[in-house]
Design a protein around this ligand. Sequence first.
Ligand code: G3P
Length: 226
Amino acid sequence: MKLFIDDANIEAIKRLCDLYPIDGVTTNPSILSKQNRNPEEVLKEIREIIGEDGILFAQAIPTDAEGMVKDAEAIVRVLGKNTVVKIPCIPEGFKAIRILKQKGIPTCGTVVYTPMQAYLAAKAGASYVAPYVNRIDNMGYDGIYVTKQIHDILVNNHMDCGVLAASFKNSQQVLELCEYGVYSSTCAPDVIDGFVKNLAIDGAVNDFISDFNKLGQDKTMKDYFE
Ligand code: G3P
């Protein structure tokens, strides 16, 4: 499963990319607005951090197909290859996804609350579809179940499109989708930080160090191997 950071904070992205095997960064208009800066500058800085091989997602703002296509063309012109344009899965969005597919611009059908939206986006030519796990839960449905259903629809119909699961509140949700084999997930920094936040892990590491210190205080392997 590919793993993305769902955030636009430069320091958080630098820190997480340094520590974890991250495939790229996803953004949306709300995430970008939190930075209170020019979104082009923010996205260019993120591109520099993740490099040209990292996958960067930026969302088109208009709600009509023509405007979405213009936004998409501007986004890929500035952010280069391995940039995916998020297009909301509304009727005009499906039209925009079809046009962008013909132009060779990769898209992610976003704002996905139902499997039908995902099916239509994939059929229109989206490379990714992004169900919002936690927001679906908050509507009284089962976000994990809906996401698995979307994964099955894509696989069983041999669609050239992968799930980009989004809107998580904890690592267990991410792990359950990983076990199921969904294509990718994007998580806020606090969710990624929670992946290995575990007193048992910290305790085991501290025990190893204090045991090894019995041989010689603060020595490491290289001190003995020299
Ligand atoms: O891009 C969609 C995703 O970021 C939504 O996450 O946490 O705002 O529900 P959240």
